[in-house]
Design a protein around this ligand. Structure first.
Ligand code: GAP
Length: 455
């Protein structure tokens, strides 16, 4: 069964959200648009709109804060997308980064061999129509590009197929320039490119996407300890940003599915309408990367322990996840259509963690035609805007405006009403429980900051 066909899943009493609802919300409210849409679009490539870019930035910043800023033994880099072509020979991607595909001779559907159910594989039959399948063909996923302008002198290289390669390339420079000692880690967030043969399921499998990586360099004798440590830390991190804590788990890779660089691997998987799917990989890369780059570049990348003088190639624990999968999973996890007790239209609400929500607060004058309400609301908005993403909205009745904010996940709405003009207090409405409190305008910044920022 393919990912899209698996529509029957449910988790306890909470229905899993159809992906189409998320696609529609994303387009309607400015989270995600199809790339080059006016030209018909390109499959597996998307752009992020005004709310999408805020959400992405918050997701990235929170990851960076958790992984780099708050760990003394981790530093960050930002490497380039284009590298020397030899990098991809050393990494094994030119040779091994392939998908095996079969086509149905009858209905012409194309399948990845590793996605075929066992019985279809055995019988060589199409899962959709039962037709006969062709022999597997091998496709490399690396995207090619060229450096230089003169025909014949141009150098063929690749857009990076996994962002982490820059970390190995810069490892020695970081070691020398930052006075780090093993064990230590290097993080990066950056774009990766793959000629996916079956892109789909919206942001889940794209051709251009963004990864976050930690590469943690250790002495071989400490590999297990650090592997276990980061595996648990990453799991806790994802649990901390979702509502449905029972929708993530670990899945160990079987020996037949390990990537060419991994000796052991666990996926952190999230359960959505697509089934249980990989969100982040925790990989035991051992000395594969630094050994190969030493061999291919001729530069010795071994480490000498400053105290014992022992010389060795460090082993690597990798945690590698996707910014886009996080974006998608968070929307799938947060989206809810809540029935209205009075029988009106259900309330669509995105229960995003307040620290990740794209808009933190909306400031709403109770009425648009009362100048004092409008000017007070605008001045509150202007003040809050310097501290967090704030929206001012005076269009439509207050109920509709609350709904508009619920739909994009805004955790707080501040309403300026007639009492405000008398005692300088406002109503603060919270998104999830829809509870309201009265607060002095002066207290608003501290009240909100405490709830929408991480510390
Ligand atoms: N450096 C290791 C590596 O690249 P991976 O499992 O191929 O490992 C890591 O990718 C993460 O990148 C995945 O867990 C997933 O979140 C994300 N990812 C991989 N391919 C993707 C794609 N085509 N579209 C969106 N995200 C993708």
């Amino acid at each position: 069964m393919t990912q899209t066909e698996d529509k029957t899943l449910s988790m306890g009493d909470t229905p899993l959200v159809p992906i189409e609802k998320i696609v529609s919300l994303c387009k309607r409210r400015g989270f995600v648009y199809p790339n080059s849409e006016i030209y018909g679009g390109v499959s597996g490539i998307y752009d992020f709109g005004p709310l999408g870019v805020e959400l992405r930035n918050n997701i990235r910043r929170y990851w960076w804060w958790s992984m780099v800023q708050t760990n003394d033994n981790v530093v960050g880099i930002e490497g380039n997308i284009i590298t020397h072509p030899r990098v991809w020979e050393a990494s094994g991607h030119v040779e091994n980064f392939v998908d095996r595909l079969v086509d149905c001779k009858n209905c012409k559907r194309r399948w990845r061999v590793d996605h075929l159910p066992a019985e279809n594989l055995e019988q060589n039959r199409c899962p959709a129509c039962g037709g006969e399948l062709t022999e597997p063909r091998v496709f490399n996923l690396m995207m090619e590009t060229y450096i230089g302008v003169v025909e014949g002198e141009r150098m063929k290289t690749y857009l990076r197929g996994e962002a982490c390669q820059n970390i190995y390339l810069d490892y020695d420079n970081v070691l020398k320039s930052s006075r780090m000692q093993i064990p230590f880690g290097i993080c990066q967030i950056g774009k990766a490119f793959r000629n996916e043969v079956t892109p789909g399921n919206f942001l889940f499998r794209q051709r251009e996407f963004e990864q976050w990586d930690l590469q943690f360099f250790v002495h071989p004798s400490q590999m297990q300890q650090w592997f276990d440590y980061w595996k648990e830390r990453r799991f806790e991190w994802y649990q901390g940003i979702i509502n449905h804590k029972d929708r993530i788990h670990f899945r160990a890779h079987g020996s037949d599915e390990l990537a060419h660089y991994a000796k052991q691997a666990f996926d952190i998987e999230y359960k959505s309408i697509l089934g249980w799917q990989e969100w982040e990989g925790i990989h035991w890369r051992q000395d594969w990367d630094l050994s190969r780059h030493s061999q291919f570049s001729g530069q010795d990348l071994s480490y000498t322990d400053p105290e014992t003088k022992e010389k060795y190639i460090p082993w690597i624990v990798e945690t590698s996840g996707g910014v886009d999968r996080t974006f998608l999973n968070l929307l799938l996890d947060a989206y809810e259509e809540e029935p209205d007790p009075s029988g009106k239209e259900p309330r669509t609400v995105l229960r995003l963690h307040p620290m990740l929500a794209p808009v933190k607060v909306a400031v709403l004058p109770l009425q648009k035609n009362k100048e004092e309400l409008v000017s007070t609301a605008k001045s509150i908005h202007k003040r809050l805007q310097r501290l967090m993403v704030s929206q001012y909205d005076d269009v439509a009745n207050i109920g509709r405006r609350y709904r508009r904010q619920d739909e994009i996940g805004t955790p707080y709405c501040v309403t300026v009403d007639f009492q405000t003009l008398e005692d300088s207090t406002v109503t603060v409405r919270e998104r999830d429980g829809m509870t309201q409190i009265r607060l002095a305008i002066e207290e608003l910044p501290a009240y909100l900051l405490e709830r929408v920022t991480w510390q």
